[in-house]
Design a protein around this ligand. Structure first.
Ligand code: AHR
Length: 494
C-alpha cells in the first residue's frame, strides 16, 4: 500500500510562533538540582550551572522555558528563592514530597534561561497564594526600580528588569492532586482578579489561564468554559496538558495518540470560541500547550522519605517514544493558527529530553532528536497537506491513518515532517509538489526503522540518532520516497 501527500502553498494554516518549541523546568526530582544546576560539576559555570547541559539545551532549540512548576508552584513562596543563598529557607515541597533548599530561584533561573537563548515563562502560585504575591513577583521581575520589590531585585544583583513577558496563572488548578485546587468558578474569579492586578503592574505581559489538566479529566471541557467566562478578557491563552504512554503492550494505539491530541485541541478551541461568541468578545484566544510528552513512571510514593533532589520520573525513552513525540509536534504544528506556545515537559531528568548523572555525563534521550530537528527546521508557514494513506484499526482511537504529516514553508524550501505508524512495513510515499515552484532536490532524515526499544544511556549515549536517508530528485513535480517502518521522518525539499 502507498501513501500520497499533496503540498500546496495556497493552503496555509498560519505562521509558526517559535514559542511552540518551548520546554519546561520544574523543581521536581533532579530537574534543577544536578540537572541544570550543579556547582560541583566539572563543567559548571561561575553561576553553578552545568555547561554540558547548557550546551545541549541550546542545541535542543527552546526559545521559551516555563518555570518553576508544575505542581511545585502551587505551594511555592517565590520570596524564599531570592537574596543571599545563606539566608534562604529550606522548605518541604508538598507536591513532590521533597526538601527544597531554594538554592535556585527566580533571579538565577531568568539569567540562566537568557544565557541558553530562551525567554523565561513564569508561573505564579494560585494554590496557596493569590493576587498580592503574584503582582509582587511581576513588580520584582519587571519594574525598573524605585519601589520596594524592584529595588530588592537590584540589591540582589539584577539591576535591569528580567522583562518576563509570559506568565501562567497557576497550574492544573482543577486537579485534586494540586495543592489548593479549586472549582472552576473559584479559579476563574481568582485568575481574573490576579490577571488584572498583574497587568496593572506591567500592561505588556501575556497571561495564560489554566484549562483542565487534560482531556481525560471528567470536567473537560466544562471547566474550561466556566473559567473563561470569568476571565476571557483578561487572559491571552488557555493552557492544555497531555501525556501519553504505551498501555498493556498496545503499541498500535500508542503510535496514534497524536490523533487524540488533535481531538483535544479541536475541542478546546471550540470551547474557547463558544465562550467568545457567548460573551460577544472580540479577540480570539490563543493556546499554550505548556505540558506535553510521553510519561511512564508514576508520581511520588508516600513510602519515600523527605529527600533533596530525589530521582523522580526518570523515564528512559526509546525509539517508539521518539516517533510519538515527533508526531505530537506534527499535531501542534497543524494547529499553529491557535497554538502559540507549547512546552515539552520536561527538559532535564524528570521526564526530560536530556539526562544527567551527578558529577557525570549529560546525554540526549531519543525524544531529543525529533524535537531539535523540528525546532530548527519547522519555522515559517505551516501548510496543510492533503493526505491519502492506508489506515489501521486501534483499540483506543478507532481507525487511524498509517501516515501522519505536516509541511512547513521556510525561506529555503519546504520541510515535511512525517511518521510511518506501521510497525513492520515500510511506507512508499509520493509527495505531489506541483504547486510549489523551483524545488528540485530532497534530503531525507529519519529516526526509526530498527529496534523500536533502542534507547540512549550514559554508557551508550548515541545509540539512537537521526540517520540520513537517500537524497531524491523532484521529477515532474513529484517526489517518491520510502518511510521506514515505525519511523519519524524529515524531508527537506529545496
Ligand atoms: O510535568 C510533571 C507534572 O505533570 C507537573 O508538575 C504537573 O503540572 C503535571 O501534572
Amino acid at each position: 500500500s502507498q501513501a500520497r501527500l499533496v503540498v500546496d502553498p495556497a493552503f496555509t494554516v498560519g505562521e509558526v510562533d517559535p514559542r511552540l518549541y518551548g520546554a519546561f523546568v520544574e523543581h521536581l526530582g533532579r530537574g534543577v538540582y544536578t540537572g541544570i544546576y550543579e556547582p560541583e560539576h566539572p563543567s559548571a559555570d561561575e553561576h553553578g550551572f552545568r555547561g554540558d547541559v547548557a550546551e545541549l539545551v541550546t542545541e535542543l532549540g527552546v526559545p521559551v522555558l516555563r518555570y518553576p512548576g508544575g505542581n511545585f508552584v502551587s505551594g511555592y513562596r517565590w520570596e524564599d528563592g531570592v537574596g543571599p543563598r545563606e539566608s534562604r529557607p529550606t522548605r518541604l515541597d508538598l507536591a513532590w514530597k521533597s526538601v527544597e533548599t531554594n538554592a535556585v530561584g527566580t533571579d538565577e533561573f531568568c539569567a540562566w534561561s537568557r544565557r541558553v537563548g530562551a525567554e523565561p515563562m513564569l508561573a505564579v502560585n494560585l494554590g496557596t497564594r493569590g493576587a498580592d504575591a503574584a503582582a509582587d513577583l511581576v513588580e520584582y521581575c519587571n519594574h525598573p526600580g524605585g519601589t520596594y520589590w524592584s529595588d530588592l531585585r537590584r540589591k540582589n544583583g539584577t539591576p535591569d528588569p528580567h522583562g518576563v513577558r509570559l506568565w501562567c496563572l497557576g497550574n492544573e488548578m482543577d486537579g485534586p492532586w494540586q495543592v489548593g485546587h479549586r472549582t472552576a468558578d473559584e479559579y476563574g474569579l481568582l485568575a481574573s482578579r490576579t490577571a488584572q492586578a498583574m497587568r496593572l503592574v506591567d500592561p505588556d505581559i501575556e497571561l495564560v489561564a489554566c484549562g483542565s489538566s487534560g482531556a481525560a479529566m471528567p470536567t473537560f471541557p466544562a471547566w474550561d468554559a466556566t473559567v473563561l467566562e470569568h476571565c476571557y478578557d483578561h487572559v491571552d491563552h488557555l493552557s492544555l496538558h497531555s501525556y501519553y504512554q504505551e498501555r498493556d503492550g498496545d503499541r498500535a494505539s500508542f503510535l496514534a495518540c497524536a490523533t487524540d491530541m488533535d481531538a483535544y485541541l479541536d475541542a478546546a478551541i471550540a470551547t474557547a470560541d463558544h465562550v467568545r461568541a457567548k460573551g460577544r468578545h472580540r479577540k480570539r484566544l490563543g493556546f499554550a500547550f505548556d505540558e506535553w510528552n510521553v510519561w511512564y513512571s508514576q508520581g511520588t510514593s508516600v513510602e519515600r522519605d523527605w529527600e533533596q533532589a530525589p530521582r523522580l520520573l526518570e523515564d528512559q525513552y526509546n525509539v517508539v517514544d521518539a516517533v510519538v513525540v515527533g508526531n505530537m509536534l506534527i499535531s501542534l504544528l497543524r494547529h499553529a493558527d491557535r497554538v502559540r506556545i507549547a512546552c515539552l515537559a520536561q527538559l532535564v531528568n524528570a521526564i526530560g529530553a536530556i539526562r544527567t548523572e551527578p558529577a557525570g555525563p549529560a546525554w540526549r534521550q531519543t525524544i531529543f532528536h525529533p524535537f531539535a530537528l523540528t525546532s530548527r527546521y519547522g519555522r515559517g508557514a505551516v501548510l496543510r497537506p492533503a493526505i491519502t494513506s492506508p489506515r489501521y484499526e486501534t483499540e483506543r482511537f478507532g481507525e487511524v491513518p498509517v501516515l501522519d504529516a505536516v509541511s512547513v514553508q521556510g525561506e529555503d524550501g519546504i520541510t515535511i515532517f512525517a511518521v510511518n505508524r506501521d510497525q513492520h512495513e515500510p511506507l512508499p510515499l509520493t509527495v505531489d509538489l506541483r504547486a510549489c515552484q523551483g524545488l528540485s532536490r530532497a534530503s531525507h532524515t529519519y529516526l526509526g526503522g530498527g529496534d523500536p526499544l533502542a534507547a540512549n544511556t550514559a554508557d551508550d549515549p548515541a545509540r539512537v540518532v537521526p540517520r540520513a536517508g537517500e537524497s531524491h530528485g523532484v521529477d515532474a513535480g513529484e517526489l517518491a520516497i520510502t518511510l521506514p517502518p515505525l519511523s519519524w521522518n524529515m524531508i527537506r525539499v529545496t
